[in-house]
Write a protein that binds this ligand. Structure first.
Ligand code: SF4
Length: 308
């Protein structure tokens, strides 16, 4: 699943300890870390980004570089008319790229990248390693192997610890291999699950999914009964329309349903389409509208909600 603050896909290996490949030898693409293309380090599977929702530096692993997804969100940034450069993850390359970026963080060399040079210290502290990318991570047949590999890299303690965050549209959380993989995560790791709608009609319009809202709800519920889940809700301005009050009423009811069913929801992230989507009729919802929705979440469900 593609997080909105994560740019385009990586292409070839990153700046590792090998001098010829160090990031500093490459020309900077932009002067700011915000909105950089994900391939600015020329990696294939692992990238570096400043993530609003992570509150700082995030290393992303493109778990599904083949761009497979069972949603077709109107706000998706992934251009599926362009053939994916990698259909699957080369685990050895991914581990090497991840190790290189963790080493960059450990050695306090993030500011050696031109785009990160002027960022304050709290922004260049590593907040997470995100399992995300150009397609839905849980649909990757390699999901279990990738989680195992990332957990394996963590066990080498290049850094004392890093949090792993799975960013998912929740559609594959019921798959046996995904459930097995999630057992490898620590209690400090997180799952961020997408819930953009209260009604099937609105979900069909915004997410254009191959599965039903009830299945997504069931997956979130069963996962959140075993470990806390963060709900990610993106509300776009689509064809000039914000989600109706009636839609938000039902969406809030969905959150209440999850809570009543025993779901542990540690928070709700409310945000909008930050980057231009491939559709020109999809825009960013005004902050005042997002704030109003977040306020309703807090007051009507008791859940913590933040606007990003
Ligand atoms: S879930 Fe939506 S935003 Fe995420 S990759 Fe699929 S289509 Fe794109």
């Amino acid at each position: 699943m593609l997080p909105i603050d994560m740019p385009d896909s990586p292409k070839s290996p990153i700046g590792s300890p090998a001098p010829a490949e160090t990031p500093t030898t490459r020309p900077p693409v932009k002067s700011t870390a915000f909105g950089l293309p994900r391939n600015f380090l020329a990696n294939r599977f692992v990238y570096l980004v400043i993530s609003q929702r992570a509150h700082g530096l995030s290393i992303g692993v493109d778990v599904n570089p083949g761009k497979d997804c069972n949603f077709k969100c109107v706000y998706c940034e992934v251009d599926r008319s362009v053939l994916a450069r990698n259909q699957q993850v080369d685990l050895a390359v991914m581990e090497s790229e991840l190790t290189s970026l963790l080493t960059l963080v450990r050695e306090n060399r993030v500011r050696s990248l031109a785009a990160f040079a002027n960022l304050p210290a709290d922004l260049i502290e590593l907040k997470e390693v995100a399992l995300s990318g150009d397609g839905e991570p849980t649909l990757s047949p390699q999901f279990q192997q990738i989680v195992e590999a990332v957990v394996g890299v963590r066990s080498r303690q290049i850094l004392p610890f890093f949090k792993i965050v799975l960013i998912t549209n929740a559609s594959g959380l019921d798959l046996p291999s995904v459930k097995e993989a999630l057992k490898m995560l620590s209690p400090r790791d997180e799952i961020w699950a997408k819930l953009d709608a209260g009604t099937q009609t609105y979900m069909d319009e915004i997410n254009v999914p191959d599965i039903k809202l009830d299945e997504v709800m069931a997956n979130i519920l069963s996962t959140a009964r075993t470990r806390p889940v963060v709900i990610q809700s993106l509300f776009p301005l689509f064809r000039g329309q914000e989600p109706s009050d009636a839609e938000i009423d039902v969406y809030l009811h969905r959150l209440q349903e999850l809570k009543a069913g025993g779901a542990q929801i540690s928070g709700v992230q409310v945000y909008s389409a930050h980057r231009p989507a491939h559709r020109s009729d999809c825009r960013h919802l005004p902050l005042a509208v997002l704030s109003r929705i977040a306020k309703r979440i807090r007051t009507e469900t008791g859940l913590p909600a933040q606007v990003y």
